[in-house]
Design a binder for this molecule. Structure first.
Ligand code: BGC
Length: 727
């Protein structure tokens, strides 16, 4: 449709019809049943009166080609304007083929992985009638107590920008082999990932510097990659809930960043303005959100209920309402819905079979790049083809390992299944210890252990894989925790295995960094598995058996203890740093714990032995030599950091500026080159990039804590030259 056609459509709509376009509900509200709908808010659904059912503009979390088609058809019969519904859903890490959770994916430090997995998710879910995904979640996270860190790309702004933008490209750019697009809705604007105390839905208290430098760039990168929608966050910022935050939504998003797409509220968040205490009733809540620029109200009906009255009383201007509706109509139009409101034709059985196979292979390859090897003493890993290996722990044969937001899918390949398919069965011993209960159900541990049984079942094996972690339901939305340790019986199990003299290899399934210090000395090796999706067990088996080397790097710091949180690598300098490890009293430190985390950002071992050397900074590039002196072909991630020694505001001790995944063979030496660009030397302030001449540290290495360092004096002339070169 042309822009004129959209305007004339708008002109013929009644106010109630316009308000309907701004309403998003699950199918239950207008008389359809969908057992897969995820309800993440109040569950008492008051069906819409029959007379209003034709007005709804979009549908939340309804999936499946047949279901979406029926609902669309019913709607088109009811709506005299024949404006098709938009189907939006949380397609977060896959639809049919489930990929690693986003935090795990970020550990691969691979934009290609983010793009490819998003592409496949788009092609599978578009075929099931979905038009928009509520992804990527570009919330920066630095507190693993928050359950939704699993949905993020971790603690670093650069990594977050790259992964979020790559996901948008993946969702929105079809390929010949993977057709079908989803429009991406970036969320949760803004700073939902920084709730105080890690407690879900809590307020975010951040300085404007932290917002600008760390928390906002991820959303902006996703928008620059072309995302046409933004979801407002649940939390308050500057004491105003994001849903009613005029400076944030109008001032920053629309005016400064020039965003012209659709803003949607989060689930029931318009109505929740009353609980926030910024609106006295539903009518005031609708006025606040509409005036702040929230176009679509998700899962509450204040716009429809009060919109006409707000217009009559002058609390809402008709032009504002029209602009919001026009944005929704434009989105529908850009997705081609006016021409074809129905899902793509279903694939033939043969096509579906082939693409399922292809997707499984890709999911497995990607899942192999996400686990992070945290410890590997005494060559515990990889397992050797001739040894007898025990497998125990609550995740040993667990198939419920997809993690939150798995689009209704529930099971992946278990570790036992993966190992059995790739390792001689006669050499594997499974010592079952039952499954792990969820905190949500009040059953947070495994059943009591029988030491005698364990001894008997594992008597032939020197090495024992112990698959432990947190229950997948205890991650994701509404899953904040104050205790990040493994459950007491899991810790006991590991201790017992060590006491039995076994070589203990822990495989940790979790959606967040857990507190692993209590088990570390009892483990010879620790592999952080995360939740890897459909192909989980197969990918883990490949790594454990050494068919591929682990290559993941931590996208989030692992604390020693929950008391250190927030602990992240890019902290600001302090006036009293701990110097040379000296334990003086009046320094910025704890009396009972080092400042250093257990494992730093960017950390992860491989089966090779790689070193960096010879860091050199040239006018146009920065080079460092990588060499693999071990006997395994591996992939290393070389990381480039900078720090400014003196500036007019305090600067982080270091910041990631670039990274590169490099496959490297045994004995090989590679020169890794990064462009020397102006971006390495500036920081954002007041909407501009600021450069202050002076001395910079340029650092390179294989994690954020162990870096080679060179000093670079940057003059204004040199900076200007770099800026010119970039043009
Ligand atoms: C979550 C969003 C999600 C929405 C719809 C909310 O509770 O915060 O991330 O997109 O539900 O399911």
């Amino acid at each position: 449709m042309t822009e004129e056609a959209l305007s004339s459509l708008l002109a013929q709509m009644t106010v109630r019809e316009k308000l309907g376009q701004l309403l998003q509900l699950t199918p239950e509200y207008f008389g359809h049943q969908d057992d897969h709908t995820a309800l993440t808010g109040p569950e008492s659904i008051e069906p819409l009166p029959h007379s209003d059912r034709g007005y709804v503009g979009s549908v939340l979390n309804c999936t499946g080609a047949a279901q979406t088609r029926t609902i669309q058809q019913t709607h088109l019969n009811l709506d005299r304007n024949h404006i098709p519904l938009l189907f939006m859903a949380d397609i977060i890490h896959g639809y049919q083929t489930i990929f690693p959770i986003p935090l795990a994916l970020a550990c691969s430090f691979s934009e290609q992985n983010a793009q490819t997995s998003a592409r496949i998710a788009a092609s599978e879910s578009a075929a099931a009638g979905i038009h928009v995904t509520f992804s990527p979640m570009a919330d920066l996270v630095r507190d693993p107590r928050w359950g939704r860190v699993m949905e993020s790309s971790g603690e670093d702004p650069l990594l977050n920008c790259r992964m979020s933008a790559a996901a948008v490209r993946g969702y929105q750019q079809p390929s010949a082999q993977e057709p079908g697009v989803l429009a991406a809705c970036v969320k949760h604007f803004a700073a939902y990932g920084a709730p105080e105390g890690g407690r879900e839905y809590n307020t975010a208290e951040l300085s404007s510097c932290a917002m600008e430098e760390s928390y906002l760039p991820g959303y902006q990168a996703a928008l620059q990659a072309g995302a046409p929608m933004v979801m407002a966050a649940f939390n308050t910022i500057e004491h105003i809930p994001a849903t009613a935050n005029i400076p944030l939504l109008r001032g920053l998003l629309r005016e400064r960043w020039g965003f012209q797409g659709v803003i949607i509220s989060d689930y029931n968040a318009v109505e929740e303005l009353i609980a926030h205490g910024v609106a006295k009733d539903g009518r005031a809540a609708a006025a606040c959100a509409l005036n702040a620029g929230v176009d679509i109200e998700m899962m509450s009906t204040q716009y429809l209920t009060h919109g006409e009255d707000l217009l009559r009383s002058g609390k809402l201007q008709e032009e504002e309402l029209d602009s919001a509706v026009l944005r929704v109509l434009r989105l529908k139009n850009s997705l081609g819905l006016f021409e074809n409101p129905f899902p793509q034709p279903e694939l033939s059985q043969e096509d579906a079979r082939l693409s399922a196979m292809r997707h499984a292979q890709t999911a497995r390859r990607i899942a192999c790049e996400c686990p992070v090897l945290l410890k590997n003493d005494h060559l515990a890993l990889p397992l050797q083809p001739d040894e007898c290996v025990g497998l125990t722990g609550p995740f040993a044969s667990e198939r419920h390992i997809l993690g939150a937001w798995s689009a209704g899918q529930t099971e992946g390949i278990s570790l036992w299944e993966g190992l059995s398919a790739q390792f001689p069965h006669s050499q594997l011993r499974l010592a079952s210890c039952g499954s792990l209960g969820s905190l949500l159900d009040g059953m947070e541990d495994i059943a009591p252990l029988s030491e005698a049984d364990l001894r008997k079942q594992l008597q032939d094996c020197q090495k024992v894989l112990v698959a432990v972690g947190e229950h997948p339901d205890d991650t994701g939305e509404g899953a904040s925790k104050t205790n990040l340790r493994l459950s007491p019986r899991q810790e006991q199990l590991i201790h017992l295995l060590k006491a039995m003299g076994k070589t203990v290899i822990a495989v940790v399934f979790s959606g967040r960094p857990l507190e692993l210090l209590p088990i570390l000395s009892d483990c010879d090796a620790v592999l952080q598995a995360w939740f890897l999706g459909t192909e989980s067990g197969s990918a883990l088996a490949e790594i454990l058996l050494g068919h591929v080397s682990p290559s993941g790097k931590l996208a989030m710091t692992f604390p020693r203890t929950v008391g250190q949180i927030p602990v992240y690598y890019a902290q600001l300098r302090t006036g009293r740093p701990v110097r040379d490890g000296l334990r003086t009293r009046y320094a910025s430190r704890y009396l009972d714990c080092p400042n250093e985390p257990l494992f730093p950002f960017g950390y992860g071992l491989t089966y090779g032995t790689c070193q960096v050397s010879g860091l050199s900074v040239q006018n146009d590039c920065i080079q460092v030599q990588l060499c693999n002196t071990g006997s395994y072909p591996v992939t290393e991630t070389v990381q480039l950091y900078t720090a400014q020694k003196t500036a007019s505001i305090a600067r982080p001790v270091k910041q990631l500026r670039n990274f590169r995944r490099v496959p490297i063979a045994p004995g090989e030496q590679i020169i890794v080159t990064f462009p020397n660009t102006q971006a390495l030397y500036c920081y954002p302030r007041g909407g501009k990039q600021v450069f202050e001449p002076g001395s910079f540290s340029i650092m390179a290495g294989l994690d954020s804590a162990h870096l080679l360092c060179a000093t670079q004096e940057m003059t204004q002339a040199h900076f200007d030259q770099l800026r010119k070169d970039a043009l």
